[in-house]
Design a binder for this molecule. Sequence first.
Ligand code: PA5
Length: 458
Amino acid sequence: MLRFDFTNSMAENVKDGISLEDIKGISGKLHSFLESIRQSMPGFAKILESGEKERQEIVEFAKENDHFENFVVVGIGGSALGIQAIKGALLHPAWNSLSKEERDGRPRLFVMDNVDPEHIASILDLVDPAKTLFNVISKSGSTAETMANYLVVRGLLESRGLDPKKHLVFTTDPNEGALRKISIDDDIPTFTIPPNVGGRFSVLTAVGLLSAAMTGIDINEMIDGAKEELEAFLSQDDTLKNPVLFNAALHYLYSKKGKSISVMMPYSNALYTMADWYRQLWAESLGKEKDLTGEIVNTGQTPIKSLGTVDQHSQVQLYMEGPNDKIITFLRVEHFRRNLKISKVHNDEKALSYLGGKEMKRLINSEQEATALALTEKGRPNLTISFDEITPKEIGTFFFYYELTVAAMGFLYGINTFDQPGVELGKLNTYALMEREGYEDRKKHIEELKKNLKYFVI
Ligand code: PA5
C-alpha cells in the first residue's frame, strides 16, 4: 500500500551516496534482524494478535460512551503523540469546530500533554466536565506531567460533584503503578498497555485506539494495515526488496557517513503530526549513549520535521545549500481525499495563467518532485514514501512500518532500542525538585551539581 522510492538516495544519483553494494555489505546483519523477529516477536508486534479481545472491548466502550460531547486525553510523549498523529491524519482538520451532526455524533477530541498552565486552562475553558470523558494514559502511572493534569481534572470533577467512574477512563500497565492502583480502589474503567510495549511503540494498543474508536475511526482497519506490513516484512528475505531493511540500512549507513540529521517532510498537512510521532520514535529509540556491550557509542540521528510546501519557503534553503548532513524523507499522497481546481482567471497574466484550470493536488505533488530532484542535483540524499490515500489502513501500515524500521536501526547500532535512560533521568530530577518522597538523595545530588556550576547569567 505504501510505495518506497529510494532512487534519490543511491550512489548512482547522488555524489558520495550509498550503493547497493554498501547495503549488501551489511545484509548478514539485516538478515539476523529479520530472523530475530521471526524467532521472537517484539511486544509491539505481538499485540497485533494478542490485542484482539481488548480491541473488541474498545469498540464496545466507544459505542456505550458516544453521548459524551468531549473526549480529553491526559498523557504525554508516547501516551499522546500517536493520538495527535491519528487525529491529524484521519479526522477533519477542524474536527473540534464541527457541529455534533458533522462529527457524526462523535465527541470532540483534545489532548492535555504539556503542563503549561495556559494550555491546560484553555482546554478546560472549552469543555464542560459534565459532558466530558477524560482518558488518563500513563504506562508507568507516575509521570509527573500526566499525574499533575490528572489531579487537576480529578479535582475539577470532584468540585462539580461528578462521579469519577463515569468521567474517567484509564489506560495503563495491567499491574503496576499508581494509576492501576487508583483504578482498582475507585473502580475506574481501565484499558491496558502491555508491559512489553514501550510508550512510543504503543500507538496500536488502547493508547491510540481508544481515541480513534471514540471519534469513529475504524481501528480494525488500522490493525489490518499493520498486520499486512508485518506479513510483507517477514516474507521478504531479499534485503534489496524489503523496504524496512533497505531504509534502515540506508539511514544507518548514511549516519555513519556524517548524515546526522533525518528530516521527515510530508507534503500533506494531515501527515504533519505523523512526523511528530516519528520524531519521538526516532529520537528516543536511537539516541543512546552506550551499546549493548556497555561501550560509549552516542548513536542516533536528530529527527527534524518539515512541511511541504510551506518549508520550501523556510527550511529548504538550508537543506539545499547548508551542511550536507541530512537525509530527507518525503511523504507524498497520490489521491487526496478532497481536491480543488484552481480557478481560471487572469488568463493573460503569465505568472498566474499556467496555474488556472489545474488541480491543486498536481501543484503540491509537482512541488514535492521538484524539491526532491533539486536536492538530488545538489548531492543531498532523499527518498519518498507515497500513500495512495490517507486511510486508517495506510496509517496503521505507516506506524508499524516505522516501528519495524526503528527496531532494525537499533539492531544495526547494537543498542537497546526500547529503553530511554536519558528521559528517565530527567523524570527523576523532576521528582527531586518537586520534593517527592524517596528522592531526597537525588535532591542533594542536584544541589551539589548546581553548587559546582560556574554561572553565566546576564
Ligand atoms: O516512549 C516512552 O517510553 C516515553 O516517551 C513515554 O511515553 C513518556 O515518558 C510517558 O510515559 P508514561 O506513559 O509512563 O506516562
